[in-house]
Design a protein around this ligand. Sequence first.
Ligand code: GCU
Length: 741
Amino acid sequence: MAVLAGAWLACTSSKPDGSATGVPSFLAPGVEPTPTGTAGSGGSTATGSGGEMLPNPMLVPSGGGSGGTTPLLGPPSGRSDTLLREGWRFFAGEVTGAEQPGYDDGQLGWQDVTVPHTWNAQDAQDGGSNYRRGAGWYRRHWSEPASTAGRRVYLQFDAANSVADVYLNGRRLGQHRGGYSAFRFDATAALREGDNLLAVRVDNAAVPDVPPLSADFSFFGGLYRDVHLVVVPALHLDLEDAASPGVYLNTSEVSAASAELHARVRVRNGSAESETARVAVSVADADGVLVANLEGELPLAAGQTGELGLDGEIAEPHLWNGRLDPYLYRVTAQLTSARDPLGDRDVLVQPLGIRFFSVDANSGFSLNGRPLDLHGVNRHQDRINRGWAIGEAEHDEDMALIVEMGASAVRLAHYQQAQYFYDLCDREGLVVWAEIPLVDAITADPAFTENSRQQLIELIRQSYNHPSILFWGIGNEQRTDDAPSNALLGELAALARSEDASRLSTYAHCCSSDTGGLPQHADLSAYNEYFGWYTGNYDQFGAWADALHAARPTARLALSEYGAGASLNQHQDPPQQPATDGTFHPEEYQSVFHEAHWAALETRPYLWGKFIWNMFDFASDTRNEGDAPGRNDKGLVSYDRKTKKDAFFWYKANWFSEPFVHITSRRFEPRTTANIDIKVYSNLPRAILRVNGSLVSELESPTHIFRWPGVPLLQGVNQVEVVARDANGAAIAMDRVSWSR
Ligand code: GCU
């Protein structure tokens, strides 16, 4: 908080009802006083988001709540974060000398691009398993203002797939191996006043030490997330701890009465002389009211990095309660030098969600002491014609669709996803399973193990402060239940526990014995099962789950994947189980597949999570099935996000409360039979069918499915209308289609 002399220790606590016990004069109007240093203790598991750096930290926008601001006192933050989106030159291929400032990137083959960028937007989504995997070069000039003198300048890459070599003014800053997590380099020493030349060689060729070695999705190459120029004071919150925010928030002993807050603040003294860092961590509620303030000092020698632990208490915490009430506090970490309290300071803002959770082998998942059914989807981060180079608008659109369907949880497969999307999950109250890209094959090569560990550490430290993330996924479908695979999963499970004991690790199993070694290493066990697609038929799922529950009675089980392919252009009634690798994937089969699965899942609370494969169709260039080569069509929504398949509405009818009605098979056009069966999904209990203006009948259904068998169609175009009504008979929702015969 304020760095005014003597003000450090003069704070008092405040209750949510606003009653304060003493108001130091230096706090701005509207800022309630807060307790100083360590105050009281509390509950378990708290977090915040991965590094939100504000353009002007004097005014901090409220997370989650009212949109108020918390005025911050003292000189402006010495931290700036500039996105480098425009002005890039790109070459698809290998080039010699492109890292040199004098290199002429006006030559043939170089083109202007903006970042985020991928060079595989088209060739990795069209099938043929032949998209270009190899090197790409990026170059960008920028002129460095004199104002950075005496400060540290970092280059931050939010992700580059999969190996990136970074050069500044011809000087190699370093390499990052791994395609899904952020990385930073201190560029200060290589910087020069005036024009600077940043060159990045990115390579998505297969390499034996970087997972994933293989998987059922395309590995888009490029700088597919943002690049930042981050300038901080010499004394700053550490930016080099696995590219994390440098501030780790946790709560414990959480109850309605109080929660203990623990902040670990890493500080780097990038100056040439020793310093005493003054750290203040203040917590404001959604209305900007300060509810806690933790302060401390940390002496650091020149060039030294250290960590300060601060503890405090939040009285009567407003809990983060999933979709019901995703309440967020906002934590502001401020750092100044004791030698120069009014000088440069570093400021970082993190959301904080206070919650506690548990998973039981019989009763499943509980949040804040209450059972919560975790039902949701898997989501890949690609989008048609853009690959992984998507922006906030696309993330927002994906989130809106997931929320509309009524999901309470999401598995972000099979890799670390954008911090922005984790932020959205915090704000929307979706429980998150986040994972590393350890998919399918592994090797016993120590370099592979090391990189898997690195990716897990980066995932956890970069995403540590997200309240929505409750589970760390350490792997997906290792194919062989052998010693190297078990050793690696054992090591990663232990690493997850040592990095973050406040969450649970999980693993998605398939393809070897359900009771073998592989699903035993993580805290939780989940299974990818495709009854009615890759194996057997969908009615077998329930019995399989019960048998597994009986075989592993103390294991905490979830269904991490289940799904079926569906084309919007292929239809069949009644639907037959198609050849999975065939080109005919009728939409109707996907619907009946999910109807059967949800009926079995909703009656098995011992499954702590149920995750559909997949929310969206996605690119998998090796595939050649359904109606689009290069695509996995198990999505409930099309690859372009334009069309929700019928099965989307099946889940909406079961999971979403806003009334609606949906006529299925609307794209089954034209019809070839004189009579058709009409099936409707709704979350209302009654529905009336009219065809060509004539009443067919009204049905009541407790199952969200309304069926009218053998409805006659006239030759030509038939107008079909369904009105759904609530229990009192009030007409609430309507849907219309036309079918020609
Ligand atoms: C697997 C795998 C997914 C894949 C899916 C499928 O279980 O984990 O990555 O896409 O099956 O075959 O559709």
